[in-house]
Design a protein around this ligand. Structure first.
Ligand SMILES: [Zn+2]
Ligand SMILES: [Zn+2]
Length: 236
């Protein structure tokens, strides 16, 4: 059910810096009521929520304030389930709002009959299709799912999982990939880790580099081998 003013979707979050570190010790309160997103003291209306990207429990929000200033927030939500729920609710509300405004503009310009939209079968956001040709597949700019809609076309078996890879931009099966380096430099030892969201083909070069880089210090080798196996197994 979509959140409403009477029943807003409430969540706890932390703001993050560009390196992915939380900027506050304690969680802050957030809520979404279908009209505006409240992030602690910050409030953004749906019409101004330009872009929302989610990876696991993190979200990058690009919005525009009433006075025209473009702002970006990186949020850390309590779980990836909460982040997914929030993104979907925001996408449904803002896409429906944009479609309504678009339709009104077409009607005002005397082109009301050229309005066309579709509901994403995956996230149920409204996709504006006015002036676009009818195609066998439907791309949703909100959840990035590509869905076969033509009755005559046979969709690929794992079509639901296909998304754009952050690294190569191709349709594939991107997933979280952990890069891990253990190092030991005479008296200093430690590890360096990073996370990426990419397809298996893109994982491969990092997986081999990781194996080579960790070979000297043995401890990182099991992680490198695990990621190498992941990069070469299953679908793209
Ligand atoms: Zn969608
Ligand atoms: Zn890729």
């Amino acid at each position: 059910m979509q959140p409403t003013i009477d029943q807003p979707f409430k969540f706890k979050f932390q703001f993050s810096d560009q390196n992915g570190n939380a900027t506050s010790v304690f969680s802050l309160k957030g809520s979404f009521d279908g009209q505006a997103l409240q992030l602690d003291k910050e409030s953004l209306v749906i019409a101004g929520l330009l872009n929302v990207v989610r990876r696991q429990n993190r979200m990058v929000l690009t919005g525009i304030r009433d006075e025209g200033e473009v702002v970006q927030f990186i949020l850390i939500l309590s779980s990836k389930g909460v982040a997914a729920q929030l993104k979907q609710a925001v996408d449904i509300a803002r896409s429906a709002h944009w479609a309504k405004v678009h339709r009104e503009q077409l009607v005002a310009a005397g082109r009301g009959s050229s309005y066309r939209d579709a509901t994403c079968p995956h996230c149920t956001a409204t996709i504006i299709l006015s002036d676009l040709p009818v195609t066998p597949q439907l791309f949703c700019p909100f959840c990035e799912a590509l869905t076969t809609v033509a009755a005559s076309a046979e969709p690929p078996a794992n079509e639901k999982e296909f998304r754009l890879c952050d690294e190569c931009g191709m349709f594939s099966h991107p997933q979280k990939f952990t890069i891990f380096y253990f190092y030991f430099l005479l008296v200093v030892y430690g590890f360096w880790t990073n996370e990426k969201w990419c397809c298996r083909a893109c994982m491969r070069k990092d997986a081999w580099k990781m194996l080579a880089g960790n070979f000297l210090f043995v401890l990182g080798v099991p992680v490198a081998i695990t990621q190498l196996i992941r990069a070469y197994s299953g679908s793209y």
